[in-house]
Design a protein around this ligand. Structure first.
Ligand SMILES: NC(=O)c1ccc[n+]([C@@H]2O[C@H](COP(=O)([O-])OP(=O)(O)OC[C@H]3O[C@@H](n4cnc5c(N)ncnc54)[C@H](OP(=O)(O)O)[C@@H]3O)[C@@H](O)[C@H]2O)c1
Length: 241
């Protein structure tokens, strides 16, 4: 039970990868609070795992701190919520860019700041994992906003690691390849496109949410006590090719 006694906020907990991270961290002994927008998803999550839940729209940057205040203090944070718009670079709009950056890049920073301030004030160590993507370092057609947002998230991971390491706050990201979730169904529903992508993954398949959750649990826990500031590919060898 490597996370016993830890209170950890998991965003994007309503479905997909986040919904797999919640029970994985609980199995390690953590007290988990799951954040998402959909009330129905959060009810289902609470019924399945017993975790406390919090509704919050992370696109609304100015309201995040106040929404999260009632569940402080926290010992850890997993920034997993994310969104994708699929649009050609010729047509991607300023609104699409701004919303994607707000949810995928700015909100994780705001939450990390809030958790880090609380940890520093209590003189406690802590851990933060950002769920990024291989899209942070590979140009994916139709994903200009998404790739920019995840590259920014990996960059923020490194800055936080450099700034907060001396306070005992470890910060890392995991960078999954396509993972079988509702988001992937939206972006990879075309079988021909999906087949082309799978042919670039040496293990020959997409990831399962539980495989990403395992990497997150590892980085959150004491087995990763000297791992700091990395972006860990969980990609079936995609980045080796
Ligand atoms: N699936 C993949 O292929 C893949 C690959 C690499 C990286 N990732 C990353 O992994 C993370 C999880 O993705 P997923 O595939 O599990 O996605 P998903 O199935 O679409 O789930 C996304 C979660 O994020 C929440 N969310 C989205 N926008 C939000 C907002 N404005 N405010 C609050 N919560 C919001 C959703 O909550 P509601 O439904 O309640 O809005 C949902 O719980 C994302 O950061 C994604 O970029 C996914």
């Amino acid at each position: 039970m490597s996370l016993a006694g830890q209170r950890i906020l998991v965003t994007g907990a309503g479905k997909g990868i986040g919904a797999a991270i919640v029970p994985r961290l609980q199995a390690e002994g953590a007290e988990v609070i799951g954040l998402a927008r959909s009330a129905a998803d959060l009810e289902a999550l609470s019924a399945a795992t017993g975790c406390r839940t919090l509704r919050c729209d992370l696109a609304d940057s100015g309201r995040i701190e106040q929404a999260v205040a009632p569940i402080m203090p926290l010992d850890g944070l997993v920034n997993c919520a994310g969104m994708v718009v699929v649009e050609d670079a010729l047509n991607v709009s300023v609104d699409q860019m701004n919303e994607t950056l707000a949810v995928n890049t700015t909100a994780p920073l705001i939450l990390a700041q809030q958790v880090a301030r609380s940890l520093i004030a209590r003189d406690c160590p802590g851990a933060i994992v950002n769920v990024s993507s291989i899209a942070a370092w590979v140009g994916t057609p139709g994903h200009a906003a998404y790739c920019a947002s995840k590259a920014g998230l990996d960059a923020i991971t490194r800055v936080l690691a450099v700034e907060w390491g001396s306070q005992g706050i470890r910060v890392n990201s995991v960078d999954p390849v396509v993972t079988r979730t509702p988001m992937a169904e939206q972006a990879w529903s075309d079988p021909e496109k999906a087949g082309r992508m799978k042919s670039r993954i040496p293990l020959g398949r997409f990831a399962e949410p539980e495989e990403i959750a395992g990497a997150v649990a590892f980085l959150m826990g004491p087995a990763a006590s000297m791992i700091h500031g990395i972006s860990l590919p969980v990609d079936g060898g995609f980045s080796a090719g």
